[in-house]
Design a binder for this molecule. Structure first.
Ligand code: FAD
Length: 472
């Protein structure tokens, strides 16, 4: 009988321990679109676009290797045991998942399989270090990044990646699968993903090419360039890592080829942030839904659909924020520094709940990731472990002037301000009337006035913070 290879967030052939374990005999690779089990954490819109193309690439690669992919839609907790029974598979091989809903599903699948004498074998395919593996000296999970990072670094290099298997021995599919197009993952009208392909190549080959481009060139100076959103200065591997088109072990080892040692170290530390997010989520399954610092449950947010909409559409009147939100819409991705600036404006100046921001990111990001998104939003909101102190409020004007001084980023994504001189680009409301006129900007008409005055927003956020007891 074949081994079932249940692919989830490890959509690759190389360095795939579950595939490696399944590859010595006949193998049936299967992917199941299971929105019901994921519930509100089913992939968002941009995510689904990515998944469509990633599955197309994976199916082609598996076909070439000799074991065509079976695509199904429905409840995996029922379908996997049924497939195992239909094929007589004794073992189901899969990569581990860390989201609470996926853990519950794996437990149910394992139990159903065991009842029939079969096994679900889970492998670490997505992390450098499994969440249980490291603990503080007191035997507790880590709650602070720096000591966590030190502990991960002290382990040294992770095991080297496993090469892709050679020829696989496929089997006849026991049932008819779905056609990829039938899964309906692509946007209907309007096609908001029209610009995505200029920017992204989902799939293992695209991930490998991006990793090489990064290591061979972009990474030089990463330590500095990664803060400037107008530069192509970061790896842009986040969606590839999220879907497991490359593993963090591959990224880690490839980073050994970065000549600039500071850049290599900084990049690896970013990979460790991803590890930290998964560690925290594993030990705190409520991370996506509840503030980890209990006192923040009473934070006096003031939900306002009009303000939320202005933020979502990139119409806040703060150019760096609007550029970020429009980059997100156009490319399904936003530069990390700008994610922090837009997040801070939403949660602090506008007093909108962090989970509304996280939900918008979830729907629009191609790299939307439950661990990374939740951890980072709670970090911005001040309610997470090891969070930014709440009183640290990003100033969207100064941030723009510091990190987009030449205005490349704002000019690309907010073209209606493109002709403003640098001096006024991040504060158009202060520009003299003739400068605005000369640049074709009519505030309130071609571009909004700020939705909130920076100083007033900041003062209101600090007052809201003071209303919480026990928060310094
Ligand atoms: P690089 O700078 O090249 O970093 C390499 C890799 O390290 C990234 O691909 C990513 O996997 C990891 N990494 C880098 N920074 C972080 C971080 N702060 N936290 C966790 N992992 C990190 N990242 C996601 O992958 N998915 C999300 O849903 C997500 N939501 C975010 C929400 C907010 C409010 C903020 C502030 C950050 C969020 N991030 C998220 C983290 C970070 O912005 C992205 O991982 C990064 O911008 C991806 O670009 P890159 O691959 O070029 O990063």
């Amino acid at each position: 009988p074949p081994t079932l290879l249940w692919l989830r967030h490890d959509l690759r052939l190389a360095d795939n321990p579950a595939l490696h374990a399944a590859a010595d005999g006949p193998v049936l690779p299967v992917y199941i679109l299971d929105d019901a089990a994921a519930g509100r954490w089913a992939p968002g819109g941009a995510h689904r676009w990515w998944l469509h193309h990633s599955l197309a690439a994976l199916a082609a690669a598996l076909e070439r290797a000799g074991a065509p992919l079976l695509l199904l839609r429905g409840e995996a907790a029922t379908l996997i045991p049924r497939l195992a029974a239909a094929t007589g598979a004794r073992t189901v091989q899969a990569g581990r998942l860390y989201a609470p809903w996926a853990r519950a599903r794996d437990e149910a699948v394992a139990k159903a399989l065991e009842a029939e004498g079969r096994t679900l074998a889970l492998h670490n395919s997505g992390l450098l270090v499994e969440p249980e593996r490291i603990r503080t000296q007191q035997g507790k999970p880590y709650a602070v990044y720096t000591p966590f990072s030190r502990a991960v670094m002290a382990l040294g290099d992770p095991p080297p990646p496993i090469p892709a298997p050679g020829r696989l021995k496929g089997v006849k599919h026991p049932c008819q699968g779905e056609k990829l197009a039938g899964l309906g993952l692509l946007p209907r009208q309007p096609d908001w993903a029209a610009a995505f392909p200029e920017y992204w190549t989902p799939g293992e080959d695209g991930a490998g090419a991006r990793l090489r481009d990064f290591v061979d060139g972009i990474a030089e100076g990463y330590d500095r360039a990664r803060d400037f959103p107008g530069e192509d200065g970061t790896s842009r591997l986040s969606p590839h890592l999220h879907w497991g088109e490359i593993s963090p072990r591959q990224a880690w080892h490839a980073a050994g080829g970065i000549g600039d040692t500071t850049a290599r170290q900084t990049f690896r530390k970013e990979l460790v942030w991803r590890e930290f997010a998964h560690h925290v989520l594993w030990h705190n399954p409520a991370l996506p839904e509840q503030p980890l610092r209990a006192e923040y449950a009473k934070f006096p947010y003031q939900p306002d659909p009009a303000l939320l909409r202005a933020w979502q559409r990139g119409q806040t009147g703060y150019p760096i924020v609007d550029a970020g939100m429009r980059q997100l819409w156009r490319h399904g991705w936003m530069h990390n520094r700008v994610r922090m600036i837009v997040g801070s404006l939403l949660v602090k100046h506008l007093l909108q709940p962090w989970w509304d921001g996280a939900a918008w990111f979830w729907d629009t990001l191609v790299d939307g990731d439950l661990a990374n998104n939740s951890l980072n939003w709670q970090w911005i909101a001040g309610s997470g472990v090891d969070a930014a102190p709440y009183f640290r409020i990003y100033n969207p004007i100064m941030q723009g002037e510091k990190f987009d001084a030449g205005g490349q980023y704002v000019r690309e994504f907010v073209p209606e301000l493109a002709k403003l001189p640098d001096r006024w680009l991040h504060r158009p409301w202060e520009a003299p009337a003739e400068v605005l006129r000369g640049a074709g900007v009519a505030l309130g008409r071609t571009y909004p006035n700020p939705v909130v005055d920076h100083e007033a927003g900041r003062a209101r956020a600090l007052a809201a913070l003071r209303s919480l007891k026990g928060v310094e």
